[in-house]
Each structure stands twice: as C-alpha cells, then as structure tokens.
Design a binder for this molecule. Structure first.
Ligand code: ZN
Length: 134
C-alpha cells in the first residue's frame, strides 16, 4: 500500500480561482515587469483565494527562484504562480522541473498581463482547466 495516496489529497482537486486573486496576480506581474513575479497559491475547498509571497523569493530576468525551505509545511498551499515577461505562456524546462517538485497546480501569466494572459498546468507541465469564480 502506498504511504500516501495523492489522488485522495484535497489539494489535487483544485478547480477554481477567485476573480480578485487572478486580478491581483496580473496586476502584481505588471508592476513587477520587466522583472519576474512569483508567489505560492493557497486554496480553500478547491478554490484558490490567496497569494503567499515568500520571504527570500528572488525575482530575476530569467526565473523566479522559489525557496521552499523557507516555508513551513502548510497543507493549504496547492501550487505556484509566476510571470513570463517574455509573453510566452508555456512552461520552460526549469518550470516543469519546479512543477514536478512542488504542488498540484501552476499558473503562468505572461505579458501583456491582460485578462487572457495566463495558462494553467499540472505537476507534469500539462495544461489543465481552472474556472474563474466570483
Ligand atoms: Zn517560467
């Protein structure tokens, strides 16, 4: 028997994001431009509703570096978000490595950071759905 069944983990069942949280991500990414913005995603009952800015998260021209060891084990955190100032909303190889190591859902937002400038991926870097809710 597996030690831990991830399919039964509530964090695997994130289905939506609050409209105001998505707006906050896009605005933060815009104001951080041309640097990269990065944060962790917190969910409640399958709905992402909060951003966690990590102390020590480094923004750079290439990629945000997430220092996960700064983070206490927090079972409400479901994944990551970061921006691509380049305007390409696809994950890089480094992103897919990151996605596989941490979390269940990953958002990439890209320049020009308008309402459609975002994409969602699972831990394997495969596209997945996420509803926007009020
Ligand atoms: Zn990236």
């Amino acid at each position: 028997m597996p030690l831990f069944d991830f399919s039964k983990d509530a964090r695997a069942n994130v289905h939506s994001i609050k409209k105001r949280t998505l707006k906050m991500i896009l605005e933060a990414s815009k104001s951080q431009f041309p640097e990269e913005f990065g944060a962790l995603l917190r969910a409640d009952k399958g709905v992402i509703h909060e951003l966690i800015l990590l102390p020590g998260t480094v923004s750079g021209e290439r990629h945000a570096i997430f220092h996960f060891n700064n983070l206490a084990i927090d079972f409400t955190i479901v994944g990551t978000v970061h921006s691509h100032p380049s305007g390409v909303c696809y994950p890089s190889r480094a992103d897919v490595d990151l996605f596989g190591r941490y979390g269940w859902i990953h958002i990439i937002v890209c320049s020009p950071f308008d309402r459609t400038s975002w994409a969602v991926y699972d831990g394997n870097g495969e596209p997945r759905e996420l509803k926007v809710v009020d």
